[in-house]
Design a protein around this ligand. Structure first.
Ligand code: GUN
Length: 295
């Protein structure tokens, strides 16, 4: 039987409607949540992510302070802008789009963001709090994955989740979030990566697979247990001469074959992607409420 498709666009739209209402009620109190966005350089994928973030802010009524800087921006100039945003009361969240050009020390920039405005959840303080289960800003993509599971009625408590990929942005945080002693978590988690021996052995044990390797077809049908839930975080461009732009987007999962085996699966595009931006908006609204002592 073919899997139920988890519609990330719909779940994201539902959450954005909730946020829109919250933003409207904050505005009645004279509060406008603000997001500072910084993009350095002209990487086309980053440009399109940042444009989508700005558009999403506008759509729900969040003020965005958009800064597109040239690729030769110095680390000092970037740090000065981050510090200006740290001090700007109109800005509740700061987003520095990654990756940064090679001559800029990414860790130094993430460390410079005021943890109270760290809506990406990348500051070591946020990462540490997440790890010990304290309230903090959760990184947007893994938070989006967890929200998708919750809102799709997937039981994570006691489930065996196998995460494929150990990036700081997705693999490590999603594994961490799902093992917390919390609602929507409480899973047994296995974290696999490029040095894992016999990846399929691990993924076949999974009730829930989270694919975040960054490579098409990392998870094929023979690697999936019957009725498993499969979340595909990958966004890969593959050449496709039949498309006007010359490529199409695929995830890390062999979708057509795996959907015949899984009970639920996320598509690419239209799965995890729309959730990432939505959780950024969510964190920005939470930050604005915290800054004004509203819970
Ligand atoms: N690059 C890829 N994913 C992300 C993200 O979630 N936030 C930022 N800032 N950069 C990214």
């Amino acid at each position: 039987m073919s899997a139920k498709i988890i519609d990330g666009k719909q779940i994201a739209a539902d959450i954005r409607e909730e946020l829109k209402a919250e933003v409207a009620s904050l505005k009645e109190k004279g509060i406008v949540p603000g997001l500072g966005v910084i993009l350095v350089g002209d990487d086309p994928a980053s440009q399109s992510y940042v444009s989508a973030k700005e558009k999403a802010c506008e759509n729900i009524g969040i003020y965005s302070d958009d800064n597109r800087l040239p690729a030769d921006t110095t680390e000092e100039e970037l740090l000065a802008l981050v510090n200006r945003m740290n001090d700007d009361p109109k800005i509740n969240g700061i987003l520095v789009q990654l990756p940064l050009p090679k001559h800029i020390n990414e860790s130094a920039v993430l460390l410079a963001v005021n943890p109270d405005k760290d809506v990406d959840g990348f500051h070591p303080m946020s990462v540490g709090k997440m790890m010990i289960g304290e309230e903090t800003f959760l990184p947007c993509t893994p938070h989006g994955v967890v929200q998708m599971l919750i809102r799709s009625g997937v039981e994570t408590s006691g489930a065996h989740v196998v995460v494929v990929g150990r990036s700081n942005i997705v693999g490590k945080p999603v594994a961490n979030m799902l093992l917390q002693k919390k609602e929507g978590a409480n899973a047994t988690v296995t974290l696999c990566h490029t040095r894992t021996k016999d990846l399929g052995y691990h993924t076949r044990q999974a009730d829930i697979i989270i694919a975040a390797s960054g490579w098409p077809n990392t998870v094929t049908a023979d690697m999936v247990k019957e009725s498993a839930v499969v979340i595909d975080v990958g966004v890969n461009r593959v050449e496709d001469a039949s498309r006007e732009r010359g490529y199409r987007l695929v995830g890390d999962v062999d979708f057509d074959a795996v959907k015949e085996k899984a009970s639920m699966i996320t598509p690419v595009p239209g799965g995890v992607g729309p959730m990432t931006i939505t959780m950024l908006l969510y964190n920005t609204v939470v930050s604005a409420k915290r800054a004004n002592d509203i819970d």
